[in-house]
Design a protein around this ligand. Sequence first.
Ligand SMILES: *Cc1c(COP(=O)(O)O)cnc(C)c1O
Length: 427
Amino acid sequence: MSNRRMETKCVQGGYTPGNGEPRQIPIIQSTTFKYATSEAMGQLFDLEASGYFYSRLQNPTCDYVAAKICEMEGGTAAMLTSSGQSANFFAVFNIAGNGDHVVSTSAIYGGTYNLFAVTMKRMGVEFTFVSPDCTEEELEAAFRPNTKAVFGETIANPALAIFDFEKFSRAAHAHGVPLIVDNTFATPVNCRPFEHGADIVTHSTTKYMDGHGAAVGGCIVDSGKFDWLSHADKFPGLCTLDDSYHGITYAEKFGQGGAYITKATAQLMRDFGCTPAPQSAFILNLGLESLHVRMQRHCENAQAVAEYLQQHDKIAWVNYAGLPGNKYYDLAKKYLPNGTCGVVSFGVKGGRKAAETFMAALKLAAIETHVADARTCCLHPASATHRQMNEEELIAAGVPGDLVRFSCGLESKEDLIEDIAQALEQV
Ligand SMILES: *Cc1c(COP(=O)(O)O)cnc(C)c1O
């Protein structure tokens, strides 16, 4: 499947049934797996043989779906997690622990920011946040001798900044550390970060990949391109013996393409258990089968909505990288030539009060703390996710009081625009 095109991978990747086997991915709803001898099971516990024994670590349904996403991203190994949060936590914690440091862009999802700046800080991992628009010198100054990774989002949620892959991957590799990219908003249909220097990709599959607001989930994919053993001093967890597995060294036993995901499964999934349900993996796969068709429509609708808003005299500003003149237009053309995503943000003239009136008048777009759904939804962050902040803090976070985040679904773009038009009349 690896030399097939994206559309084919979306539909048929990851699972090839044999004669008489189910055409659709089977849901293996079993916590445990049977063995005839203790000897055979012991081999699994020593990582000497591969196989399923307990669904907290691995389950065949989840692995079929992970294999599909792996093919779509062009990676060597992948794993599903129970959420995007656990995917980003595992992706970083797998290589950075107490006493280590990570460089991240500041334009990241609020939940990820909290995970990094508060929770992982309590675990002894320090983060330096840099603007996505920082100069090479500013980026360089963020590195420390104990830096273990660089992190960013292809399309930042909700700032919609486009990630400068060249700038960040060059800096990461000059310092001998991998670049981890959250590719949630772009999906591999619109951007494949491994082609632009990323080493590890993460996803909240809750968004476009599922696409129907049905199942929370996450995924981590390894490109197999990062040479851990050449930087063995920085990554002892991959390059020295693991005491909890009778002295296995991941980078030696599983090679450059398999070490990272095997370690994350064998240690982090074993100990934290952020395991997706097989049923959720099945639902995710239904979404993946149409991802290539849906992304095109999400982008088409968002482009039309953004263009409509831009010429409306009750709209103060519009942020969508598909609009010529947008700060990120050129980066979007370079890294996402087929389109960015379905999310547009804009300001309604009259500030917070006008934004609230506008949103209350919408009939098709529901108010939800969600994006990337088949159904159009919107959010006023200043009264919801960023409610605790005052006006000054909102500006600093890049979330002005008038900002509306509008996630274009798969409905008719004419209907969406008519709905926006009638709601703006109420303002
Ligand atoms: C939603 C989101 C997450 C978190 O994912 P969950 O599935 O909600 O845990 C992480 N990164 C990005 C870019 C997101 O949009």
